[in-house]
Design a protein around this ligand. Structure first.
Ligand code: IMP
Ligand code: MG
Length: 176
């Protein structure tokens, strides 16, 4: 019996990731100097990017987590965003950097951004590891983008397909 194979091809190497995350960290360190900063990691995909990024930020930075509803086992968004896990820290008067793995339709980030503003943050910026600008359904622009990619399904460096492949160290395109 022949099983359907998922082909995986490298899109972004480990070396490219390290170099770019270093650049982003340096830029963010400049832009957030003097701020009372919180890095807000969007679970689960951004964990890998976030832990690398905060170690490239040369400022005091608190860490918190939020989780919003994901695609489940689908490759495409349902368009409904709900908060599954709330942040623990007080965001009032803080400078919050939302750290996301990938922006696709823009729906998740639009909602997270609005939600953090509603918690009283004085500055809310977004850093995304990957961006698929051609896949937008709502207008949302991240302040810091690691790599812009075409609208294709990618895995690795935290990104999953049905909870698989998050631990692949580089970014790969998944196709069947
Ligand atoms: P959006 O709300 O459509 O922008 O979806 C963003 C979320 O969908 C991301 O945080 C990911 O969890 C997931 N996602 C979007 N594209 C991909 C992909 O190519 N691979 C893995 N997850 C993805
Ligand atoms: Mg995500």
């Amino acid at each position: 019996m022949i099983l359907a194979q998922m082909a995986q091809t490298t899109l972004i190497t480990r070396a490219q990731i390290d170099e770019r995350v270093g650049e982003m960290g340096r830029q963010i360190s400049t832009d957030f100097a003097g701020d009372d900063m919180i890095a807000l990691c969007v679970l689960k995909g951004a964990v890998f990017f976030c832990t690398d990024l905060v170690r490239q930020i040369s400022l005091d930075v608190a860490l918190d987590f939020i989780q919003v509803s994901s695609y489940g086992n689908q490759k495409y968004s349902s368009g409904v965003v709900t908060i599954l896990k709330e942040p623990q820290l007080d965001m009032r008067e803080k400078a919050v950097l939302i750290v996301e793995d990938i922006i696709d339709s823009g729906l998740s980030m639009r909602e997270v951004h609005r939600y953090i503003e509603s918690r009283g943050a004085k500055k809310v910026k977004t850093a995304t590891f990957l961006d698929k600008p051609k896949a937008r359904k709502v207008d949302f622009r991240a302040d810091y983008v690691g790599f812009s990619i075409d609208p294709q399904f990618v895995i690795g460096y935290g990104l999953d397909f049905a909870e698989k492949y998050r631990n692949v160290p580089e970014v790969q395109v998944l196709s069947d």
